[in-house]
Design a protein around this ligand. Structure first.
Ligand SMILES: [Zn+2]
Length: 125
């Protein structure tokens, strides 16, 4: 009997992003531009989607939050499930690539605590 093949520890989203970045990059970039075009810029420079919840998008058989898609495609980064795309502006409807950053869940909690204590430092963004 053959030994079971050891699967590379990639989750489904990571595989999806890897495929997009390697094989469908131009199309994915186009999709990012569409998302960014369908926003309103507020006084903080946030590019806000016209949705009540963080916008979701569907692309080549998968769905993800638009801000995560924007970040991963722009940075050619197939993020794992444990990596969260953070909003440095704390506006979850924002998809401005300059306001997004990557971290783990713990960073996200620390961000939130820092925002409550100190507010947003727009000079750093
Ligand atoms: Zn923003």
């Amino acid at each position: 009997m053959r030994a079971p093949r050891v699967l590379v520890a990639m989750d489904r989203h990571q595989e999806w992003y890897t495929d997009l970045i390697e094989n469908h990059y131009e199309e994915a970039r186009q999709k990012v531009e569409e998302v960014l075009a369908d926003t309103e810029v507020d006084e903080n420079g946030c590019m806000v989607t016209p949705t009540d919840q963080p916008r979701k998008l569907r692309f080549r058989g998968h769905q993800d939050r638009a801000y995560r898609f924007v970040y991963c495609i722009r940075h050619r980064l197939p993020a794992t499930r444990d990596q969260v795309v953070r909003h440095r502006c704390h506006n979850r409807l924002c998809v401005n690539p300059r306001h997004l950053d990557i971290g783990d869940r713990r960073d996200n909690l620390l961000d939130e605590r820092d925002r409550r204590a100190n507010g947003v430092d727009w000079g750093l963004i």
